[in-house]
Ligand binder design. Structure first.
Ligand code: HEM
Length: 143
C-alpha cells in the first residue's frame, strides 16, 4: 500500500479535477438552456448536457473509489482526524449535487425549464463553495 499511495493520491486529484470540469460547466449549460427559446439551441444543449454528464460521471466514481481505498488503507490514522470527517461530510452533498445535475439533464429533456436562469446562476456557484472548503480542509487541516 505504501508504494502505491502516492499514485493513488495523484490519480485521486487528477480524477477530481476532471470531475470538477463537469461540475463547473454543466450548470453553466443549464443557465443557457433556461434562457434559450429556439428549438435548435435547446436540442443542441440537451445533447451537450447529456454527453457531458455521461463523460464526467466515471471521474466522480473514480475520485470516490480511490479516496475510499486511501481512507480505509490508513483508517487508523485518519479516524482521529477532524478535518477528514469534515471533508467526508462535505463530499456527501457534493455527490448528491452531481446526481441532481443528472436529474436536471433529464428534466430539461422531458419538459419545461425546471428552474429560471437566475436560479441556475446560483446553482452554478455551489461546486466552487465545496471546492474551496474541501481543499482548505485537506491542505490546512485546521482541526
Ligand atoms: C468519498 C470521497 C473522498 C474520500 C474518501 C477522500 C479521501 C482522501 C484521502 C484518504 C486522501 C489522502 C490524504 C493524505 O494522504 O493525507 C485524500 C487526499 C485529497 N483529497 Fe480526497 N477524498 C474524497 C473526495 C475528495 C473530493 C471530492 C475532493 C475535492 C473536491 C478531494 C480533495 C483531495 C485533495 C486535494 C487531496 C490531497 C491532499 C494532500 O495532498 O494531502 N477529495 N482524499
Amino acid at each position: 500500500m505504501a508504494a502505491a499511495y502516492p499514485w493513488l493520491k495523484s490519480f485521486h486529484i487528477i480524477f477530481l479535477v476532471s470531475w470538477y470540469a463537469g461540475l463547473f460547466y454543466l450548470p453553466r449549460l443549464f443557465v443557457h438552456h433556461a434562457m434559450s427559446e429556439d428549438a435548435a439551441t435547446r436540442q443542441r444543449l440537451e445533447i451537450m448536457e447529456r454527453k457531458l454528464y455521461l463523460f464526467v460521471t466515471p471521474w466522480a466514481v473514480l475520485t470516490v473509489v480511490l479516496g475510499l481505498i486511501m481512507l480505509f488503507g490508513y483508517w487508523d490514522g485518519f479516524k482521529t482526524q477532524g478535518w477528514m470527517h469534515a471533508k467526508l461530510a462535505l463530499v456527501v452533498p457534493l455527490v448528491v449535487f452531481h446526481f441532481w445535475c443528472g436529474h436536471l439533464v433529464r428534466a430539461f429533456r422531458n419538459g419545461p425549464n425546471p428552474h429560471s436562469h437566475v436560479w441556475f446562476r446560483w446553482f452554478n456557484e455551489v461546486p466552487l463553495v465545496f471546492l474551496v472548503l474541501i481543499v482548505i480542509l485537506v491542505i490546512v487541516r485546521p482541526f
